[in-house]
Design a protein around this ligand. Structure first.
Ligand SMILES: [Zn+2]
Length: 318
């Protein structure tokens, strides 16, 4: 699921060392919208108790920090969990006033299954969404593509987009990725082994990496658009994000970013930039607009630290 493969220990270390001075620099005013994928949540094993607990913790944390949020449901996840309990966990988001959207029923991709099947999977995922939010008539529904994969050919991309438009969906792009899933699963693993030192190390690495990525995506927006744009952050509903939400909000605020609803962030004209990316591999929207407009991304992209990435690859292949 990694979006990029380049890795440089040296560059990562160099960036880490400069973070303290960056945090003290006068921040630019900016905006960030938080989105959480794979609701009711990602974790190593299907433990409804664990998921219910971190949903409450995450929603309470977002409310406490007055952060608006959008969550994207994978309805098929409920098949392997305590359905009534998970419905209650998802209702917490609705009662908190947060927005919910559709992330397909089976977490599928139009690059891996026929487009007609993919579209049917979107519709299947809508049933749970609308039973929770009632999907008021004429109100747009939010959609997020799993893996950021939108189709291998332009014909496929267009067919999915037409289907989404016909069913009043609005696509939620992503302009900040911190690969939180890499850290989340290794964090769950450390907690399951009661390895507090390792869990703390992963949490700290995640926060440092997030700070680095906020800086890189903003620099890339500057390179592509010549200015700051509101960021739309891809996160997941996870124990890690529930445990660190206060720290994440502090990172955004130190960077001069105000948290705003997804719809507000997308009012920026940058989000109307057309893109015709067609490729089996997923790509964030800054990357798509960079290709479309022929303007480079910022230099210095780094992957998550290799010690954590190596554990993630091992866990993921088990
Ligand atoms: Zn997902």
């Amino acid at each position: 699921m990694s979006l990029r493969s380049t890795f440089s220990c040296f560059l990562f270390a160099a960036l880490t060392l400069t973070l303290a001075s960056q945090a003290q620099a006068a921040p630019h005013p900016g905006q960030i919208a938080l989105t959480f994928d794979d609701l009711p949540g990602i974790m190593l094993s299907d433990d409804s108790n664990y998921i219910a607990h971190f949903n409450r913790q995450l929603v309470d944390g977002l409310k406490r920090h007055r952060v608006p949020a959008t969550g994207f449901i994978v309805a098929g996840k409920l098949e392997d969990l305590d359905e009534r309990r998970m419905r209650r966990a998802l209702s917490l988001w609705v009662h908190a006033g947060f927005t919910l959207g559709n992330h397909t029923y089976s977490h599928e991709s139009p690059s891996r299954i026929p487009v007609d099947d993919y579209n049917a999977d979107i519709l299947k995922g809508q049933t749970l969404l609308c039973s929770l939010t009632r999907c008021p008539p004429k109100t747009p529904l939010w959609f997020r593509h799993p893996y950021l994969e939108t189709g291998s050919t332009l014909a496929d991309v267009n067919k999915v987009n037409q289907f989404l438009a016909d069913h009043r969906y609005r696509v939620a792009p992503i302009t900040l990725v911190s690969q939180d899933w890499v850290f989340s699963e290794t964090y769950d693993d450390a907690l399951a082994r009661h390895d507090t030192a390792e869990a703390n190390h992963i949490r700290q690495s995640y926060l440092t990496y997030t700070t680095t990525m906020v800086k890189w995506y903003r620099a890339s927006a500057q390179s592509v658009f010549g200015r700051d744009i509101p960021l739309v952050a891809l996160l997941h509903a996870s124990r890690l994000n529930a445990d660190t939400i206060g720290d994440l909000v502090a990172i955004y605020r130190r960077a001069g970013l105000r948290t705003v609803p997804l719809a507000k962030a997308m009012r920026d004209p940058a989000y109307k930039t057309p893109e015709t990316y067609a490729n089996p591999k997923g790509l964030d929207w800054i990357g798509r607009w960079s290709l479309q407009l022929g303007r480079p991304l910022a230099p210095g992209y780094v992957d998550p630290p290799e010690d954590i990435a190596a554990i993630y690859r091992k866990i993921d292949s088990d």
